[in-house]
Ligand binder design. Structure first.
Ligand SMILES: NC(=O)C1=CN([C@@H]2O[C@H](COP(=O)(O)OP(=O)(O)OC[C@H]3O[C@@H](n4cnc5c(N)ncnc54)[C@H](O)[C@@H]3O)[C@@H](O)[C@H]2O)C=CC1
Ligand SMILES: O=C([O-])CC(=O)C(=O)O
Length: 326
């Protein structure tokens, strides 16, 4: 049996937490041979609810669940953590953009960045989910200067999965017959879901759909999907977000297939002309716990314009919280 990995999860008593923790404990994130210890963080008033979730975890008698701890102190929850999933934050309601949460959530992420720096394993891998996820990831990373910047990511995998589902439905294919989707930029309504590299059953997706569907239907549907779910459910997406968290971590740790890639928001190194120092979603290939931006893709004018728009928004978000960046 492998040694257990320590997985810290914040906002563990929230909606996403309730869809996520049981799947991690069942072995869906790290594989069926990898025991896990869950280190759960909540705010003090939510600890009682969290105790109920812990009782349910116990009642599942998961063979891979090697322990569960709870705390309202980030420094306790993050101690020696190998993986940290930063979910705990305020979600948006109807009529809001994710950036409207910046002020409410930014303080959480600067404090948690410092706690990661002080307490986590030096080889920790961090995924930021709480919105606005890209800019929160920047706050966390900059507040954790002793951890390598490559170990911080923000989630655009839900957008990637949404784009796959839309294209599969339009072309009558199954999702697993699609390859090489891309989400560029911010997890926001300026993101650019790009099918220019995508294939459907080995054929170029661009040749299977018309420009009008792309611009009037596909791109806005993916960009606005979170808002559509809030309108319908009265709450933001949770089960699909939890599923994307599993997918993101699984790809990062266990790797991507030879003929495909995934979208991850990572600290830009200047690839594709995107300004350094922004958490920007790129197509990435993963292997053995590492990721690399897929280089050398041709970017036409249509794509470039959209990539610049989402880059511009990220630069503005960074400007709004620059006082929180050491
Ligand atoms: N990146 C993405 O694709 C997605 C991001 N989200 C975001 O994820 C976040 C969580 O969503 P839900 O679980 O639906 O919200 P929720 O409100 O159901 O749960 C959030 C939990 O976080 C806790 N919390 C608040 N401040 C905390 C802190 N300082 N430390 C630890 N825990 C704290 C709350 O007590 C609550 O239990 C939201 O910001 C939401 O917008 C949601 C869906 C997709
Ligand atoms: O839209 C929201 O606020 C929640 C979220 O990030 C998503 O569903 O993509």
């Amino acid at each position: 049996m492998k040694a257990p990995v320590r997985v810290a999860v914040t906002g563990a008593a929230g909606q996403i937490g309730y869809s996520l923790l049981f799947r991690i404990a069942a072995g869906e994130m790290f594989g069926k041979d990898q025991p896990v210890i869950l280190q759960l963080l909540e705010i003090t008033p939510a600890l009682e609810v969290l105790e109920g979730v812990v009782m349910e975890l116990e009642d599942c008698a998961f063979p891979l669940l090697a322990g569960v701890t709870t705390s309202d102190q980030a420094k306790i929850a993050f101690r020696d953590a190998h993986f940290i999933l930063l979910i705990g934050a305020k979600p948006r309601g109807p009529g809001m953009e994710r950036r409207d949460l910046l002020e409410a959530n930014a303080a959480i992420f600067s404090q948690q960045g410092k706690a990661i720096d002080a307490m986590a394993s030096r080889s920790v891998r961090v995924l930021v989910v709480g919105n606005p996820a890209n800019t929160n990831a920047l706050i966390v990373q900059r507040n954790a200067p002793t951890i390598a910047p490559r170990r911080f990511t923000a989630m655009t995998r839900l957008d990637h999965n949404r784009a796959l589902a839309q294209l599969a439905s339009k072309t009558g294919a199954r999702v697993n017959e699609l390859r090489q989707m891309i989400i560029w930029g911010n997890h926001s309504s300026t993101q650019y879901p790009d099918i220019s590299q995508a294939t459907v059953k080995g054929r170029r997706a661009n040749g299977l759909v018309d420009r009008q569907w792309l611009t009037q239907d596909f791109i806005p549907t993916v960009q606005q999907r979170g808002a559509a779910i809030i309108r319908a459910r009265g709450q933001s997406s949770a089960a699909s977000a939890a599923n994307a968290i599993i997918d993101h971590m699984r790809s990062w740790i266990l790797g991507t297939p030879e003929d495909d890639w995934v979208s991850m928001a990572i600290l830009s190194d200047g690839s594709y002309g995107i300004a350094e120092g922004l958490f920007f979603s790129f197509p990435c290939r993963c292997s053995a716990g590492n990721y690399q931006v897929v280089e050398g893709l041709e970017i036409d004018e249509f794509s470039r314009t959209r990539m610049l728009a989402t880059e511009q928004e990220l630069a503005e978000e960074r400007g709004a919280i620059k006082h929180l960046l050491p």
